[in-house]
Design a protein around this ligand. Sequence first.
Ligand code: HXC
Length: 257
Amino acid sequence: MAYENIVVETRGKVGLVTLHRPKAMNALNSELIAELTKALDTFDADEKIGCVVITGSEKAFAAGADIKEMSSLTYVDAYKDDFISTWDRVARNRKPVIAAVAGYALGGGCELAMMCDIIIAAENAKFGQPEITLGVMPGAGGTQRLTRFVGKSKAMEMCLTGRMMTAEEAESSGLVSRVLPLDEMLDDALATAAKIADFSLPAVMMTKEAVNRAYETTLAEGTRFERRLFHSLFGTEDQKEGMQAFVEKRSPQFRNR
Ligand code: HXC
């Protein structure tokens, strides 16, 4: 498949997707989402890839769903086609996904970043859910994920007023893991992804699954789920190698990565 709205590259064991609709601030139209889905399917199936980074431009990660595409949508069309339902492919990716965010991450763009496992932001990043200003509301998980990540009061204020959050505020409120100068941000995200991709893939994937479970279940169920996954890792050769390497004071040579 030829990509027209994204650029897809590999950097060693890292898959890099760059959203690329410069004339529309990387607004997310259905074509772009289909391409992103295809790229993620390809990376998930590629044994050589251990982690994925999604980024945009210096000006915009993504300024939301494409308003021009949506403006004439009817209720019946939206309901019948279950509009937006395919977007959560990003959240279902089995290998970790890092959002490397510079500039605007608004509406569906903010929701896309929040579907990723880690958000690393540039100092100029701005996060917001401005749908209310368009007479609608977040539709790709914004009211749910933002509330879990930054708490009710801040999420409510952002969704009800459309106020944008700076990178600094996003870091202090737990939405992003780190903020970096613009010219260092993508390299840092790629280095983080490379580090993750160098560990044992089953351990990485199970860790991701277990952390995500924290958002979906009770503490008792979550810790039981974690323990079962933990037990299963003793069935991998990478566990033997990782622990043996520690004992022998050398670097581990993981097979499954
Ligand atoms: C379609 C968009 C767009 C969008 C920007 N553009 N955002 N096109 N959909 N979401 C287009 C503009 O129309 C313009 O095209 C070009 O990109 C440059 O944008 P400007 O507005 O001229 O740039 P600037 O003045 O720098 O302002 C940047 C901005 C602003 C603050 C990001 O563009 C903006 O407010 N965009 C809309 C943000 C938004 O409301 N997002 C939520 C969308 S709803 P032309 O052709 O005029 O040059 C949503 C729903 C999610 O996401 C629900 C489920 C997915």
